[in-house]
Design a protein around this ligand. Structure first.
Ligand code: PCA
Length: 175
């Protein structure tokens, strides 16, 4: 089983991104990829890695501004929207990612059982129905288009790093 794990660089005035810290700490036998917070460049970088590595599963991580639970995202929405723009200064206004594609894509992975496993292990985790309309959702849409066995994991900015690592390790073990 070839697993690709991705994270994002800092954005929006933050000096760090918790997803990057978790990526750095992963010791499992996976391919790792750090993505730019750019609506245009992130999918390009992801697609290059998919071509090279041909993953069976993609686990993408990103930082969430708020919340006290790690969110396993069920859906990616076919839309980009942002008030402040990405790291390239691009500000999409309710723009479709791909006009020919459905309005939402759903992961083929068993998101509810995966979440239940984390909760049973005492890890603060929940299933979420929206990764927002910013770059995390954009990359999840790309990942699901290429590999339906993809999962996006949103990690709140102030989450304990050890807990976040345990959730990602649990997902890697179960996949
Ligand atoms: N979080 C942002 C983009 C990069 C990241 O780590 C998001 O939630 O879309």
């Amino acid at each position: 089983m070839r697993i690709l794990v991705t994270a994002f660089e800092p954005y929006g005035g933050n000096d760090t991104n918790i997803s990057q810290k978790v990526l750095d700490a992963i010791q499992a036998d996976v391919a790792k990829l750090l993505l730019p917070v750019s609506f245009r460049r992130a999918p390009e970088v992801l697609n290059e890695a998919i071509e090279q590595f041909q993953p069976d599963v993609i686990i993408s991580m990103g930082q969430a501004a708020e919340g006290d639970k790690i969110r396993l995202e069920r859906l990616a929405i076919n839309m980009m929207d942002s008030a402040k723009g990405d790291n390239d200064g691009y500000i999409p206004n309710e723009e479709l990612i791909c006009p020919e594609a459905p309005l939402a894509l759903k992961t083929a992975l068993p998101v509810k059982p995966l979440c239940a496993d984390c909760i049973n292990a005492g890890l603060p985790t929940m299933v979420s129905n929206s990764a927002g309309l910013y770059v995390c959702n954009r990359i999840y849409f790309e990942a699901l288009r290429r590999t339906p066995n993809s999962l996006f994991v949103h990690i709140p900015k102030n989450m304990d790093l050890e807990i976040a690592k345990q959730v990602i390790n649990s997902l890697i073990r179960k996949l």
